[in-house]
Design a protein around this ligand. Structure first.
Ligand code: SF4
Ligand code: FES
Length: 256
């Protein structure tokens, strides 16, 4: 049988262990991916045991506690700490999610935290999202309408409702990085987050560039590499349905 192994310098090794300093009943252990591009060493999993009564209940609280009290070099993105900015996306306990929305109590046993999968890592839990954001920019994520109204453009309640389930996306890329199709074809396939955003503007009654938007997705890769695997919808920490948005674009392609 064929065996696949990571190259030697990429194999994840056992890292440092930081033991608890008390015997509180609310101790929890966090196993966290560490990699520093500047030290030339392999990635490793460090283990921190902390009292979540002191840190706070969410995974992001624990990470902040560890950074502030145990190892200030631990690197991750965060800003709003309430599921709005999308920056704290990472893989927690095997699922891509927002660390600030994930309760430690919802996870049994040691909490394993790694960066979003199949992205290049810049340091520790920080993935390189430059390519993903370039793809996002490619769909022109703004209302295009040559009219120059003197006031805001109005929408009927029904047209406004068509944007529900789309505008809430915080661009965390949890969905995109959970998608096997994106893992293999991410250079040309736009992935669920960007396609959900594309549909958000296609569905907007104020936008007049529907034809151009559909034209730009009409090739073998940008849209059609979606095979409805559904990982995107299952993982979205905001409860959105990118697979449905992609299906709606495909339907419009067929019908036009
Ligand atoms: S659809 Fe959900 S998982 Fe995907 S980027 Fe938006 S909020 Fe994140
Ligand atoms: S810190 Fe903003 S979404 Fe988690």
């Amino acid at each position: 049988m064929v065996q696949f192994r990571l190259p030697k310098h990429s194999q994840v090794q056992k890292g440092n262990v930081f033991k608890a300093t008390s015997d509180s009943p609310t101790l929890r252990t966090f196993s966290i991916y560490r990699w520093n591009p500047e030290d030339g060493k392999n990635p490793r999993m460090d283990e921190f045991t902390i009292d979540i009564k002191e840190s706070g209940p969410m995974v992001l609280d624990a990470l902040l506690y560890i950074k502030n009290n145990i190892d200030s070099t631990l690197t991750f993105r965060r800003s709003c700490r309430e599921g709005v900015c999308g920056s704290c996306a990472m893989n927690v306990d095997g699922t891509n999610t927002l660390a600030c929305l994930k309760h430690v109590d919802d996870i049994s046993g040691p909490v394993r935290i790694t960066p979003l999968p199949h992205m290049e890592v810049m340091k520790d839990l920080v993935p390189d999202l430059r390519h993903a954001f370039k793809q996002y920019a490619s769909i022109k994520p703004w209302v295009q309408n040559p009219d120059d109204p003197k006031r805001e453009r109005k929408q009927s309640k029904e047209d406004r409702a068509k944007l529900d389930g789309l505008w809430e996306c915080v661009l965390c890329f949890s969905c995109t990085t959970s998608c096997p199709s994106y893992w293999w074809n991410g250079d040309k396939y736009l992935g669920p987050a960007t396609l959900l955003q594309a549909y958000r503007f296609i569905a907007d009654s104020r936008d007049t560039k529907t034809k151009e938007r559909l034209d730009s997705l009409e090739d073998p890769f940008s849209l059609y590499r979606c095979h409805s695997i559904m990982n995107c919808t299952n993982t979205c920490p905001k409860g959105l349905n990118p697979a449905k948005a992609i299906g709606s674009i495909k339907k419009m392609m067929v019908e036009r």
